[in-house]
Design a binder for this molecule. Sequence first.
Ligand code: 13P
Length: 287
Amino acid sequence: MLVNAKEMLKKARKEGYAVAQININNLEWTKSALQVAEELKSPIILGVSEGAARYMGGFRTVMAMVRELHDYLGITVPVAVHLDHGTYEGSLKALEAGFTSIMFDGSHYPIEENVAKTKEVVRLAHAKGVSVEAEVGGIGGEEDGVVSAGEQADVEECRLVASLGVDMFAAGIGNIHGKYPKNWKGLNFELLEEIANVTKGIPLVLHGGTGIPEEQVLKSIKLGVSKINVNTECQLAFADATRKYIEAGKDLEGKGYDPRKLLAPGAEAIKEVVREKLRVYGSVEKA
Ligand code: 13P
């Protein structure tokens, strides 16, 4: 079922679990994520960054691929197709292409501009039944070539942006995209608690899901996190499995060079990561 993310996240927030946003990069990613969600009867959000959309041939190509795979595989669990860290222009294009959910990331703008643009995206998206995620305080690390050291969100700004009618809300609380450095201080739970207090039950989003220790994940879910984004971990697992296949010389045996064989261990490795995330986040059997 292709749906927006509103109801699945409301339910998650109410029942105390989180829905995984698995970022997709190509056909293998999409198939693996959809198949595991169906297998474990879990809702899922497919995250698509603007860079990943360009790579796959644009928003409309992504939407067509997801829609057709969803039908072909007979997926019955709720699936949202969500723009990840959208620019204002990207948000409009994704809306036009039929995405069911949009993150407008105005966190790098002065707060007044973040507010104005978030409001406009909410107006346009809600008119089409599309859910919206907003962000305050940058998430550290690198995404699509943009490097940020990360910020701890300002609580008053969180209150303001979360009150604009958004369906989910992301804030920087010490989380970063990509691998966490050895000297990472961990998530700022005092800040998360304050943010949860001023955002009135809106499902909170934790970016940078790769490598956050399980006890910190569970604690953040207790404090109101209902959506956790994972990208790098699937990429690492895919690369590792593919490297092992090639290093074992399997591509040189028989028709081992056939992409259907060459990419199979990577696709299976992605599935294992997604299974693990859905179990830890508690969304299994919640579809
Ligand atoms: P990771 O790549 O660290 O898992 O973060 C993903 C993310 O937050 C996408 O928005």
